[in-house]
Structures are given as structure tokens and as C-alpha cells.
Write a protein that binds this ligand. Structure first.
Ligand code: BGC
Ligand code: NOJ
Length: 811
């Protein structure tokens, strides 16, 4: 069942009922000001950091669901309603929500009044804009009241939700014409404020929640809206809000448009005040003036559209397969931008308070983002590297506002260092900008320890190489990619974090997955060294990689698949002798991607085992059989009920590893079959089962052991975005950036007889048409660049601004 449809020409998903199976959200903003906005105008805004600079409140596990946001109340005659249906839930005569790239348009109609709410964050500015259009389609004059409403957060979302004894006394606002300023703590150490404004003077306003909603009122029944209107309240402590009341008289057929905004501004400490206790509003006034009329609003919206047009022009596919084109050209890349910006911090499943930017997460996000804005990827790599420790290990997370490593979580996740090589390698392949390796970057955010980025990569590689266990496999530490395989934790007390309880590193527990990573990214490191003329270092790295490959085939091979790990007692995890958890997806994906056992047959056997033992109709589950009881020696993985999350859920993130692995063996048919199984556009018509947004990937789909098999959770913020983009754009369609140029190496299903990829790469544009007349799965027989036959399959790097036609023949 569908709850809307894709409008590809406009790059929108159009939701046609407000009663979606879950709130279906969009992300507004892609630089420093962000808002999450659901299809009923729920959501919240923040500046850079969802924890430390939260601008508006959101209550995650509320009932009813999704009540806080950017709501508008319409009072028309005796009827109160919202164009997005929530929170009053008055039935509408018509409803739609268009989620587009960086904007959302919600439209509701009731009793002959059509109201449209357009929301977006303009490029280069720190504000959310909202235009409201009201059109009177009835035959009579209408006098309508319009109330926008939002609730301010007192900046630090964690503190805001817990330190009530202080917070109920500190709220402060200022009212200045059509603007409401939120300035809690501005009197002391904060040099920033928020402003909510409209481009027309309201009839009345409220800034105290109690006055607007009523003490025992709610967003679903605000007293001011249902009663006598706004009261002009001024918040002192308690809950500061911004609400306004506008009265409009509309002749039949008439339309009125109002522009609202929510801005974030900072003042230098010496310039904070325009009078004692009064905010210096100069910057806010300039912001208001920038969007004072419809022409300015339209221009900013058009600029956003142009921005996306440019970004999506870097990789564009024409395959004739509608759902595939839609995922590749629009939604998968869009989600890559969102994960790049958010890491795993703020979604409708991630509160924005728990985690900042993840080291491994952000490094992986780069893999799907780097082609879009390499300059931002560059900056991100340097930020991440600065949180690395001198021994090559790393802070597992850092806060985006401070860019400082998160002490509470610390380090000890032994896959982290190698992801830095993966991310930097992707950047080098995309850009050829070797100068990044010369950048001097702190260790442990300490400038006195700074070294060139190259040295950071060297220490990443060195850390893994020197932290090996009894079988010559890498020690797992607190966990590897699978945060829930906690082999050194042994937690017996509820509430302890599985990730940071126990010693950060035991001397025994080893990871076959990290071994696979070491082979894959160790080779990348060796290639980088060779490129730099460091031949000895490259050869030495290759020797270490070869030794690791041997160790994997000796101690990490179980007969028909790769083992997962050795626990703290040296016992096999993910082998046939295990009672449960006999086979895991991760080492099959990573080891085959690394080419381990490719020649000797283990790789093919491992993928066959995945098909036989892990595959389901909704995707590949993480492990089998699911753990049915808690196992102290394994940790969080066995804490989940069978079929959920890491305990045999369909973890979407590592499905594309298998897709890539299949292409490594030349299996195009199978790779695509797996690709489409979890691709959201292909799941649109089972939205009642899948439940999350049909335009983005979710972290997890409940596995076959779960009662809710097929139900997805944790949409949006997942490494799935980057890895699926990699799997389709590089592994299947075969357009692969390398250190030397763009390689063309498709591995496709037989139905794909012809496709074209337009790729902007290092400043030139390649239009690559692949012909596959005989339905080959893999192999290129001829490549012509502007008519000239090429030897090999790497397209030369062309001059900036050049355009080339590339004809590729498979078979
Ligand atoms: C989740 C993991 C996540 C980890 C770290 C666990 O509860 O299941 O997916 O990586 O927390 O935040
Ligand atoms: C989600 C985390 O963000 C990611 O870092 C981890 O690799 C996966 N869960 C698997 O546990």
C-alpha cells in the first residue's frame, strides 16, 4: 500500500494522507542551520549541533506523536484546523505534503480555504523560512485568523530536558514589532539568540506557553486559538514560545501570502547590547530585511533548487529503469548529504543528545558524499583526524559544535583507525588532491601534537598492525563495526553502556571483520604510499596485508564461510560449532570485498552461504541463528530480542557490502537482485509493512525471527546511504574513481542492456554510455573516448571544463 507517490520531475515525494504509518520527515538545511520537518509540520530546529544549540523543542516519545514543530493554526468561522492536520487533527477536505530537496510544502484545504505552508532553509543563511499562502476558494468573504506557534528550547537539549529546577526560572524574551526574540542566558555567557518573525505586524502575540496553550491545554487544543486569541504574554521563566495571531480578510478568490522566519544569530561580546539588557538586533534586522517579500523568498528558494541541480549533476544515470534512476539520481544522493551533515545525531530515532559525529560513521558517510562537495569532505576529514590519538586509535565520537573528541565515550573501537584510511582514500580518488596529506592536523585536538595527515594514516595502519591477538587477527577492543559485539564487556548490571563497560581492550578477543578491513584498506594505504614514491613503505604494508590474509584463511575460515571473531576466551564466534550466531554477514562482505579467498574459492563459498543461510525476502539478516538468550561474553548483540537490530535484524548497512562482494566475483545478476531488495523506492508499495519513509533507507528492517518481519526502523541516519550509493554507482554501474582516473567496470544484471552515466570528475564531464547487447554480467570488451579506442578501462583525467563522450561495450 502507498501513502503517496514519487514526482521525479520535481524531485519530490508527495504524501497524500497525513496518516502515514510513522511521521515521514525531511531535512531542511545542509550547512549550519538545520530543521527536521515531518509531513504534518512536526519537527525541530538547531544550529550546527542538535544537542548543544537546539533552537526548538521536540518530545520524542510523546503521545500523541509528533506534536511539536512548526505548526499553523487556522481559525475560520467556528472551525480550527491545521494545514498539516496535526496537532488539532481536524479532518481536512484536501491534504498533501511535498518533501523536496531541502524544502517541504504542506497544503491543506478546509471549507473553501486553501492554505499552503512552504518551508526551507536558504543557502548561506542561518534561518528557517516559512511562507504561508491562504486562498479563499469559497464564494463568500472570509475573515480568518492564522496562528503560527513554536516552543523554544533553552539551547542545550540535554539540560533543557532535565534541569527543570533552574530552567523554569531563566527563560527570557524580547518583543520588537513583528519579531519575538529568544534570549535565555544571553544576559550571562551566551552570545547568541534566536528570533521568530513575520513580515507583517500581527494582531497579537504570546511568548509564554501557559498563556497560549493554557496550563492544562495542549498543542492539540491551545486556549488562545480556541478561545479569545493571543494575550500579549511576556515569558519570564517557564516555557518561552513564539506565537502570533494574524487576522486576514479575504474576498472570494483572493490570496494572501505571509513570510515567517526562525533565525539564529551571534553577536561579538562587546556588541551584545543596544541598551542595558536589550539585545543588539542589528544582525537580526538585516536577516529579516533579506526575506521581506515574496520576490526574496522565491529567489532564495530558486537558489536552493539550483544548488541541488548542480550537486546532482555530478553523477546522473539514465537506465530506463524508473525506480533505479530515482534512487540513484535523487534520493540516495540526497540521503548521503543528510548523513554527511548529521552523522547519527538527529533524526526521529536519534535524539540529537546522545551522539555527536561518529568517527567510523562520518568516515563512511564520506564515501557517498565526497563526489558532491569535495571541499566539505576535505574539511571533514581534517576535523575527524584531529580527534585521533597519537597511537593511531581514536575518539569514537566528537561534538560538531566544538569539534572536540567525546571523553565520555572515549576510544577503543578498533575498526575506527582504518575507516580514516577509507575516507581519505575516497577523497584522493575523487579529487586527486594530494595536498590534503600535507595538512598539519592535531592529534587528540592538541596543536602541540600536530602532524601531517599522512602521518595520521600511517598511524591508523600501524595501530591495527600492532594490535593483534593470538591468531594474528586484529584485537577487537570495545567493538568493531558491530557496536553490539562486546567481547570484552561482561556487563551484568542494567543501564551500563555495553560500549564502554569493561576493559577497552582484552588481549584475546579478535575480529575477523577488522582483518578484512585491514586487507582492503591496507592495500589502499600501500597504493597511497606507492603513489607518493614511498616504495619501501608500500612493500612493507603489502607484506603485512599478505600476512593478514593468511591469518584470515587459517583462523578466520570456518569451512563454508568466514568466522566473525574470537571471544575473550579464544572461542569462535560465528562458526558452525556455535549454538547460535553461527554465521554473520559482516566478515562475508568485508573479506570478499577485500578479495580474500577470491582465487582459492573461499569467497564464492562464503557468498553462497550468505544466500543459503542469511537471505530473506526483505534483505539479508545480520546473523543466524538469532541469539535467544543474553550471553555475557557477547554483550549487547544478545540483548536484543531475536530479529531486531544487530541480533539478526536486516541491517541495511551491510547488505550493500554483499552487493559489492558479489560484483567482486562478477555476479551482476545477483548483485542487482540484492540491491533492489532493500532499495526504498522498490518497497514503496509495501509501506504499510515497511512503515518508514519510502524515499530513504532505514538502519534496520526487522528480520525473519521478529514478529514484525519487514518493519523498518531508524530511518535516515545510517551508513546504508553511503554504502548503497557506492554499491550501485561504483560496484554495479561500474563508474569507479581511482587514484589514476575514472575506471569503467560495470557488473550488471542482464536486463540492463544500455545505460548512460554522466559523471563530473576532477572538473571534466564524461558522458559514459554502456552497451551490453549480449547481457553479459561483467567484462568490458571495448572503450572509446571521443571515438578513439582506449587500452585498459581507466579514463584519463581531462582538462578542467572538458567534455568527453565515452562508448563502452560489455562482453
Ligand atoms: C545500537 C547500535 C549502535 C550503538 C552505539 C546500540 O544500541 O544497537 O546500532 O551502533 O548502540 O550507539
Ligand atoms: C550504528 C552505529 O552508528 C554504527 O557506528 C555501527 O557500525 C552500527 N550501528 C552497527 O552496530
Amino acid at each position: 500500500m502507498q501513502y503517496g507517490f514519487f514526482d521525479d520531475a520535481r524531485r519530490e515525494y508527495v504524501i497524500t494522507t497525513p496518516r502515514t504509518p510513522l511521521p515521514w520527515i525531511n531535512y531542511l538545511g545542509s550547512e549550519s542551520f538545520f530543521a527536521l520537518c515531518s509531513n504534518t509540520a512536526g519537527g525541530y530546529a538547531f544550529y550546527r549541533d542538535a544537542r548543544l544549540r537546539r533552537l526548538t523543542r521536540y518530545r520524542y516519545n510523546n503521545a500523541p506523536l509528533d506534536q511539536e514543530g512548526f505548526h499553523l493554526y487556522i481559525r475560520d468561522g467556528g472551525c480550527v484546523w491545521n494545514p498539516g492536520w496535526q496537532p488539532v487533527q481536524t479532518e481536512l477536505d484536501a491534504y498533501s505534503c511535498r518533501h523536496g530537496l531541502g524544502y517541504t510544502v504542506i497544503r491543506g484545504e478546509k471549507n473553501g480555504l486553501a492554505v499552503t505552508q512552504e518551508l526551507f532553509v536558504p543557502q548561506g543563511d542561518d534561518c528557517l523560512l516559512m511562507r504561508v499562502s491562504l486562498r479563499n476558494d469559497s464564494g463568500a468573504v472570509k475573515t480568518t485568523d492564522l496562528f503560527p506557534y513554536l516552543e523554544f528550547c533553552l539551547w542545550d537539549a540535554m539540560d533543557d530536558g532535565s534541569n527543570f529546577q533552574r530552567n523554569y526560572s531563566i527563560g527570557e524574551v524580547e518583543i520588537d514589532g513583528a519579531a519575538i526574540y529568544h534570549k535565555t542566558e544571553y544576559r550571562e555567557r551566551r552570545d547568541h539568540y534566536a528570533v521568530f518573525w513575520s513580515n507583517r505586524k500581527p494582531l497579537a502575540f504570546d511568548t509564554a506557553r501557559e498563556a497560549f496553550l493554557g496550563l492544562y491545554g495542549s498543542p492539540a487544543r491551545p486556549e488562545a486559538v480556541f478561545g479569545a486569541g493571543c494575550t500579549g504574554s511576556v515569558a519570564h521563566g517557564w516555557q518561552p514560545i513564539a506565537a502570533q495571531q494574524h487576522r486576514l480578510t479575504l474576498a472570494p478568490g483572493a490570496e494572501e501570502r505571509l513570510i515567517f522566519g526562525l533565525g539564529y544569530l551571534e553577536n561579538a561580546r562587546e556588541e551584545k547590547w543596544e541598551a542595558p539588557g536589550v539585545i543588539n538586533k542589528q544582525k537580526a534586522r538585516a536577516m529579516l530585511a533579506r526575506y521581506a517579500d515574496n520576490a526574496a523568498f522565491d529567489a532564495a528558494l530558486a537558489a536552493l533548487g539550483q544548488h541541488w541541480e548542480t550537486l546532482l549533476g555530478v553523477y546522473r544515470l539514465r537506465s530506463g529503469e524508473e525506480k533505479l534512476d530515482r534512487m540513484v539520481n535523487i534520493w540516495n544522493q540526497y540521503q548521503c548529504m543528510v548523513t554527511f551533515n548529521m552523522s547519527r545525531s538527529a533524526s526521529y530515532f536519534e535524539s540529537g543528545m546522545g551522539r555527536g559525529m561518529g568517527f567510523r560513521d562520518s568516515c563512511q558517510d564520506l564515501l557517498g558524499f565526497v563526489h558532491m562537495i569535495p571541499e566539505r569532505a576535505r574539511e571533514r576529514i581534517l576535523d575527524i583526524a584531529a580527534t585521533q590519538f597519537p597511537d593511531g586509535s581514536a575518539y569514537h565520537q566528537y561534538q560538531p559544535l566544538t569539534k572536540k573528541g567525546n571523553l565520555a565515550v572515549g576510544s577503543g573501537f578498533n575498526d575506527d583507525p582504518l575507516w580514516l584510511i577509507a575516507g581519505t582514500d575516497a577523497y584522493l580518488r575523487e579529487t586527486g588532491d594530494w595536498s590534503i596529506l600535507d595538512e598539519i592536523v592535531d592529534f587528540d585536538n592538541d596543536p602541540t601534537l600536530a602532524q601531517p595527515l599522512l602521518e595520521h594514516l600511517r598511524r591508523s595502519f600501524g595501530f591495527t598492525r600492532t594490535h593483534l591477538g593470538p591468531h594474528g587477527l586484529p584485537l577487537i577492543g570495545r567493538a568493531d563495526w558491530n557496536d553490539c559485539l562486546n567481547l570484552n564487556c561482561f556487563s551484568e548490571h542494567p543501564g551500563e553502556s555495553f560500549q564502554i563497560t569493561g576493559p577497552s581492550e582484552g588481549p584475546v578477543a579478535e575480529s575477523v571483520f577488522i582483518a578484512g578491513m585491514f586487507v582492503k584498506y591496507g592495500r589502499a594505504w600501500a597504493d597511497i604510499c606507492r603513489h607518493l614514491g614511498l616504495a619501501d613503505e608500500a612493500a612493507e604494508a603489502e607484506r603485512a596485508v599478505a600476512a593478514m590474509e593468511k591469518a584470515v584463511l587459517a583462523a578466520g575460515w570456518d569451512g563454508a564461510w568466514f568466522r566473525r571473531a574470537y571471544d575473550a576466551f579464544g572461542r569462535v564466534v560465528g562458526g558452525r560449532e556455535c549454538e547460535e550466531g553461527q554465521i554473520f554477514i559482516e566478515p562475508q562482505g568485508m573479506c570478499v570485498m577485500a578479495g580474500i579467498g577470491k582465487e582459492s574459492g573461499e569467497a564464492a563459498l562464503a557468498l553462497q552461504s550468505v544466500e543459503d543461510r542469511l537471505e530473506t525476502k526483505y534483505g539479508i539478516v545480520l546473523l543466524q541463528p538469532a541469539y535467544t538468550r543474553y550471553r555475557l561474553e557477547l554483550g549487547e548483540i544478545s540483548s536484543y530480542p531475536p530479529g531486531y537490530k544487530e541480533n539478526a535484524g536486516i541491517f541495511c548497512h551491510n547488505n550493500p557490502w554483499i552487493v559489492c562482494a558479489e560484483t567482486e566475483l562478477g555476479h551482476g545478476e545477483r548483485a542487482f537482485a540484492l540491491y533492489r531488495r532493500t532499495a526504498p523506492a522498490y518497497l514503496e508499495d509495501i509501506s504499510e509493512i515497511h512503515r518508514t519513509e519510502p524515499y530513504v533507507y532505514s538502519q534496520m528492517i526487522a528480520g525473519k525471527d521478529a514478529p514484525s518481519f519487514g518493519e523498518a526502523k531508524n530511518s535516515w541516519l545510517t551508513g546504508t546511504a553511503a554504502w548503497t550509493f557506492l554499491s550501485i554507482s561504483q560496484a554495479i554501474l561500474g563508474i569507479k574513481p581511482t587514484l589514476d582516473g575514472l575506471q569503467v567496470d560495470p557488473c550488471v544484471p542482464s536486463f540492463l542492456r544500455r545505460f548512460t552515466v554522466t559523471r563530473r570528475y576532477r572538473g571534466a564531464e564524461y558522458e559514459i554510455t554502456v552497451e551490453n547487447p549480449d547481457g553479459a554480467e561483467h567484462g568490458v570488451s571495448e572503450i572509446r573516448l571521443d571515438g578513439r579506442a582506449l587500452s585498459g578501462n581507466i579514463l584519463p583525467v581531462l582538462e578542467k571544463g572538458a567534455r568527453a563522450q565515452v562508448q563502452v561495450r560489455m562482453g
